[in-house]
Design a protein around this ligand. Structure first.
Ligand code: ATP
Length: 328
């Protein structure tokens, strides 16, 4: 019936507060999230959809991916999204999905959620369902907390377990140096470590969260002041992530020493990012890191680059963008 190529964009959490644990096992969060121009490419192909009685039929989905570490059937969020949309619309169709991963997996960059959002947006068009973004977000929220945000993308605040999304203007000239570490942290691992830390402090409070962080970040974003945005970066999961991957602290220190306006950790980590107000500044920070990982001693550090190259896997310069899924 048709095919389509989409870009599923990664996200960074500029702030992340955890307000409490819910009875369904999820956590209530409040997070300011930003889409960036790092993406997976999704190739979609589908046959003619036919109506079925709801919940009556499994759809026939074939998935291929250049990264074989992710599930190739149910459990792959792109596949789950296609099934959920078919069920929601009461139809059946054959679907082929090819995912070209550009977003590192289990890095806190929301790659799986972005893929799911792109499949919802793409199949909505190919199947001519005419569902609104809000309806696609409702289909997505049952599958993953970041999916509703990824359907819209851009700059936003997410609340609840991620299903409440409020859009914000995307600042111009907001650049990031995104540092992917060799280690991976699963979201479940980070939240389990967070719960252990919260138990020892007794509460989900200021020890792990920063008060008023959302409103200060929102003000900075509305004013378009990159320096203020950089000054408000916080992540309540950082202590938990540090207990699993201690090198996060060293990488943040190195980025600051190279002149970053501010540094943060995205999602459940371990990806660390620096903020800059121009591409040139971001490229200069990346160059310093690359030099360090070739054996040079980075500014402001006492150890040589060998330790940096052991810890860092990849470095990207990315820009803030105002969308989550793009057609190609
Ligand atoms: P988040 O920041 O949304 O918590 P993340 O960026 O840390 O997530 P993902 O890259 O989405 O992590 O991968 C998390 C897990 O989800 C992986 O271990 C992988 O097995 C599974 N997964 C399912 N579908 C996908 C997909 N399409 N792409 C990547 N991972 C997927």
């Amino acid at each position: 019936m048709g095919d389509m190529i989409l870009q599923a964009q990664a996200k960074l959490n500029l702030t992340l507060n955890i307000l409490g644990k819910r009875t369904d096992g999820y956590h209530d969060i409040e997070s300011v999230v930003q889409s960036i121009d790092l993406f997976d490419r999704i190739y979609l192909k589908t046959g003619l959809p036919v109506p079925v009685r709801r919940g009556n039929e499994e759809i026939n989905i074939k998935v291929t991916c250049n990264d074989t570490s992710i599930p190739m059937g149910r459990g792959n969020l792109a596949v789950d999204a296609a099934c959920a949309l078919a069920e929601f619309a009461g139809l059946r169709a054959s679907v082929e999905i090819n995912i070209e991963k550009g977003i590192p997996v289990a890095a806190g960059l929301g790659g799986g959620s972005a893929d799911a959002a792109a499949v919802l947006v793409g199949l909505n068009q190919l199947w001519r369902l005419n569902l609104s973004p809000s309806e696609l977000m409702v289909v997505g929220e049952r599958l993953g907390a970041d999916i509703p945000f990824c359907v819209k993308g851009g700059t936003g605040i997410i609340r609840g377990k991620g299903e409440i999304v409020e859009s914000l203007p995307t600042p111009c000239d907001l650049w990031f140096v995104v540092v992917i570490l060799q280690d991976r942290i699963s979201t479940a691992q980070a939240y389990a470590a967070f719960d252990r830390l919260a138990e020892t402090t007794g509460v989900y409070d200021a020890a792990l969260n920063v008060a008023d962080v959302t409103s200060r970040m929102v003000q900075s974003i509305r004013a378009g002041k990159v320096e203020n945005i950089a000054g408000c970066l916080t992540n309540a999961l950082e202590q938990a992530a540090l207990s699993i991957v201690p090198s996060i602290a060293g990488v943040k220190h190195i980025l600051l020493a190279q002149g970053a306006a501010g540094v943060g950790m995205s999602g459940s980590g371990p990806t660390v990012f620096a903020i800059a107000d121009s591409r040139a500044k971001a490229e200069a920070i990346r160059a310093a890191l690359t030099w360090a990982s070739c054996g040079g001693r980075p500014k402001g550090t006492s150890s040589g680059g060998a330790s940096v190259s052991r810890v860092i896997k990849e470095v990207f310069v990315c820009q803030a963008i105002s969308w989550g899924v793009a057609y190609r």
